[in-house]
Design a protein around this ligand. Structure first.
Ligand code: PEP
Ligand code: MG
Length: 328
């Protein structure tokens, strides 16, 4: 169906009953930006900035980071890019970050990583903030923070950016025209304080790769547990559905940037549950757009809601049957 997907490149991701879905891509390298043109995606919903840190033998200097961010924004043109601040930690150790006083972690995924590390090694976050704000000179900057477990972490990380922005303004330096701040939701505890967090956010991005491993206590990288890491289980879909409802009710943009958004049936389920933004791997844009353009969302929504409420154990099969019957 390659040719069919290619022909849809410039058509919007809009359901048969006129719901516009934002379809974005995940990226991590300068060269990934070319996939925007190739796929016709609406933007980059997750730019993993740690890639640049992982391929470097020394801490990437501010000038180098600035050039990279500027190049990416230039290549993306009018399309938005959501930069995620560094998600590094003991599972991705960097020789130039001194953690010699730390003991070896038995569970690095649960460890000293991402925003936990960034808020302690503030120089790292400050430098990245300056580079991002200057790199986005005259443009809109979207930035989000990984592994936020409680609202105060988001507030502290945002404050680091706001302070750098104020400094740049005071010294008449080039800087972003406007900054939008978001949080990832990949630690289940954050879902319990959304009432406090949502009013402070410009957008929320659900990172289901990590979220699911913490939700089910099932290592995302361990094949033996693959069946427990279930994208279509009632427990997970109920959980996600509450988060989506709460964000939509608060008028906060909510999207998903985990791998589950790139599979046709799971993406269909999420859209039925009210999600309007997906950030996925570039190769999935074609198939997901085709699904969206053939879906009558309002006809499907009650079906998926009832299915999730009923706790059915065969949601995947039922979705497949529904999709076939309705020409999706
Ligand atoms: C996630 O956890 O869902 C996510 C998008 O981040 P990463 O895969 O980089 O951990
Ligand atoms: Mg993650």
């Amino acid at each position: 169906r390659r040719a069919e997907f290619a022909a849809m490149r410039d058509l919007p991701a809009i359901t048969r009953d006129n719901h516009r879905i934002e379809l974005m891509i995940n990226a991590g390298l300068r060269d990934d930006v070319a996939a925007l043109e190739a796929t016709g995606a609406d933007g980059i919903g997750l730019f993993r900035t740690e890639f640049e840190f992982l391929v470097s033998s020394t801490l990437p200097r501010r000038e180098r980071q600035l050039r990279l961010y500027r190049d990416i924004l230039e290549a993306a043109g009018d399309r938005p890019v959501i930069f995620r601040t560094v998600d590094i930690g003991n599972d991705k150790t960097l020789p130039y970050i001194n953690n010699s006083d730390e003991t070896v972690e038995e569970n690095p995924a649960l460890g000293w990583r991402a925003i936990r590390l960034a808020l302690e090694k503030k120089a790292l976050l400050k430098v990245q903030a300056r580079a991002l704000i200057e790199g986005a000179a005259g443009k809109t900057l979207y930035v989000m923070f990984p592994m936020i477990a409680e609202p105060w972490e988001y507030e502290q990380a945002r404050a680091v950016f706001e302070k750098q922005n104020a400094w740049l303004a005071k010294h008449d330096k080039p800087r972003a025209k406007r900054i939008y701040y978001g949080s990832m939701l990949e630690v289940p505890s954050l879902a319990e304080t959304l009432d406090i967090l949502l009013p402070k956010l410009d957008f929320l991005s659900i990172g289901t790769n990590d979220l699911i491993q913490f939700f089910f206590a099932a290592d995302r990288a361990y094949p033996k547990l693959a069946e427990r890491y279930d994208w279509l289980s009632p427990a997970l879909l109920r959980f996600l559905s509450r988060i989506i409802d709460q964000a939509n009710a608060a008028g906060c943009k909510v999207g998903i940037c985990g791998e589950m958004g790139g599979r046709t049936l799971t993406a269909m389920a999420l859209i039925g549950l009210g999600l309007k933004r997906l950030s996925i791997t570039p190769v999935a844009i074609g198939p997901i757009k085709a699904m969206i353009r053939s879906l009558d969302r309002d006809a499907f929504a009650p079906f998926i809601r009832e299915l999730v409420a009923s706790g059915a154990s065969n949601i995947g099969d039922q979705l497949e049957t529904w999709a076939k019957k309705h020409g999706v």
